[in-house]
Design a protein around this ligand. Structure first.
Ligand SMILES: Cc1cc2nc3c(=O)[nH]c(=O)nc-3n(C[C@H](O)[C@H](O)[C@H](O)COP(=O)(O)OP(=O)(O)OC[C@H]3O[C@@H](n4cnc5c(N)ncnc54)[C@H](O)[C@@H]3O)c2cc1C
Length: 499
């Protein structure tokens, strides 16, 4: 009850009494990866520009039933599918609180949206602008299909786009901390090095305030809404448990709910706005304290912005084997090695535990992601896109820009030529899981071992599938090397290298 009250208060803080509508007719809000009411520019603009708003979400079979591009994994795994359903339920409740409802339709947006526009004589469709090719292609198809719709009479504001009697698609930038239009450089000149990007945006541009909307967005509410999970998590992590002040010290953890914010799934589905997080951090700094940790959450959010803007600069090359720099490197697609990685049976507890966590929960810590990525591409020498597509299937927080951006980074084919790091498993285990608590949690067979042995069990665990590129304490290096001739970059093998 208290939590509900606090969430209602949050909504109230982001409500404006002065904002006025000045449009006519019905506007459709096509929800995509912006499944929220709070700080949603798309919803805000549609509301201001119309007399009534119709919110719609399309369950697109190309997203929920298709396979990944090269390796045929499901494009959306069951756990993320379930998570998106929960986000939609939450969105629907929050819309209903403000007098709207959410229409959820199964099918392609380019078929659903124009039909609704015709039925509701809607003058404009508002949606969040995306940056990667599959999403951009859908925008083009929707826009084209809308141009074929002839509205019976003047139904709203006339706009410069499209024919006067057809609805238009209004794409709105959203979802980043810094607005695309406020960047201190053109998208073609976005710095390739993260630190340069961050220092430049921090010094030269400011973060716009959250969009505040009216408390009532339509007719009287039908039901009273319940919880708001994305906002609940912000409240819990920042205010109730007060973890923001130690985030920088805990963020490299791997076990438990609170070592990091866990905001990423809601950021990816758009249920949470990064600008809202920014404003909450500022409020916390004013009301409680400001330190390195409070800043560091923003530092990490700028990484997220960075990968989004890099996708604008480099387009589809972030999905290509050679990455944005078109790096030529030899990779293999050995199925046996890949299966051992994805199923968590490599013989390295730290890798296996992380991969088991991913398939069981749809989440993996940032530390874990870097380690398993390095192992796949450097120790196994496997085509990094196989790993990226596996993550695409399973991650609750899957986002094309952050996922492929980080994978190209980890594989050494990213836009930043300086990034070519190897994560040594023994060192990572020693530093981040010295007691073996994490590995024993996901691999219960290790629980009976002494703590210092859990990450280095030798023959007490399964055989290692490949030797490590650099050092293999406690490992059965010789036998692993005998069994497998595939390895890191540049190693000659009998089959399957790609260039
Ligand atoms: C190989 C690999 C693949 C990844 N794939 C994704 C992905 O598909 N979607 C995704 O959201 N993140 C991805 N990340 C980044 C990062 O691992 C997650 O954002 C983070 O672990 C989410 O947990 P959190 O919300 O508790 O993060 P926190 O540590 O609490 O960070 C706060 C927020 O900052 C952002 N952030 C933090 N680190 C990064 C980063 N390296 N890149 C981009 N944003 C970051 C996220 O939005 C995150 O929610 C990937 C990282 C790697 C190494």
């Amino acid at each position: 009850m208290k939590r509900e009250y606090i969430l209602d208060q949050t909504f109230e803080r982001y409500t404006s009494k002065i904002v006025k509508r000045n449009g006519k007719g019905t506007a459709i809000v096509w929800f995509r990866n912006d499944l929220r009411v709070l700080d949603n520019e798309v919803l805000f603009k549609a509301w201001v520009d119309s007399e009534s708003v119709l919110p719609v979400y399309c369950v697109d079979p190309r997203v929920f039933q298709a396979s990944t591009r090269y390796f045929g994994f499901p494009k959306t795994g069951g756990l993320r599918g379930q998570f998106i359903i929960e986000c939609l339920v939450d969105l629907k409740k929050n819309l209903m609180k403000r007098g709207l409802n959410l229409l959820i339709k199964h099918g392609k947006p380019e078929e659903i949206i124009p039909t609704l526009a015709k039925d509701f004589a809607s003058h404009a469709v508002y949606a969040q602008k995306e940056t990667c090719s599959e999403e951009v292609n859908v925008e083009k198809l929707v826009s084209k299909a809308l141009r074929r719709v002839q509205l019976p009479h003047s139904t709203g504001r006339s706009t410069s786009q499209g024919s006067a009697n057809s609805p238009t698609l209004q794409l709105v930038w959203g979802g980043t901390l810094y607005h695309l239009d406020d960047l201190p450089f053109s998208t073609n000149s976005i710095p390739d090095v993260y630190t340069q990007f961050r220092k430049s945006v921090e010094a030269k541009c400011s973060i716009r305030s959250c969009a505040k909307i009216s408390m009532s967005l339509g007719p009287a509410p039908l039901h009273r809404g319940l919880g708001m999970s994305a906002l609940s998590r912000v409240y819990e992590y920042f205010w109730k448990k007060d973890f923001l002040k130690i985030y920088k010290e805990t963020r490299n953890g791997m076990l438990g709910p609170d070592y990091s914010t866990k905001f990423s799934p809601w950021l990816a589905s758009g249920s949470l706005s990064p600008r809202f997080i920014y404003e909450e951090v500022k409020r916390y700094e004013k009301e409680r304290l400001a330190n390195d940790s409070t800043y560091w959450v923003l530092f990490e959010l700028i990484w997220r912005d960075y990968f989004r803007f890099i996708s604008v600069k480099y387009g589809n090359s972030i999905f290509h084997l050679g990455g944005p720099r078109n790096v030529e490197r030899r990779w293999n697609q050995d199925q046996r090695l890949f299966d051992s990685w994805r199923n968590g049976c490599t013989g390295y507890p730290l890798i296996d535990a992380n991969m088991k966590e991913l398939s069981a929960t749809g989440f993996m810590s940032n530390r874990g992601r870097q380690i398993v990525c390095s192992f796949l591409v450097r120790d196994m020498g496997i085509d990094w896109r196989m790993g990226a597509e596996w993550f695409e299937t399973f991650l609750l927080d899957y986002d094309p820009c952050s996922n492929y951006g980080n994978w190209t980074y980890g594989a050494g084919v990213g836009n930043d030529p300086r990034e070519d790091r190897y994560f040594s498993i023994p060192k990572q285990a020693q530093t981040y899981d010295p007691e073996g608590e994490y590995v024993a949690y996901w691999l219960p067979q290790l629980q009976k071992l002494p703590r210092e042995k859990r990450n280095f069990p030798g023959k007490l665990y399964m055989e290692q599938i490949v030797p490590l590129k650099f050092g293999n304490p406690n490992g059965d290096r010789a036998s692993a090397a005998r069994k497998n001739s595939y390895g890191g970059r540049g190693r000659k093998t009998t089959k399957g290298y790609m260039s």
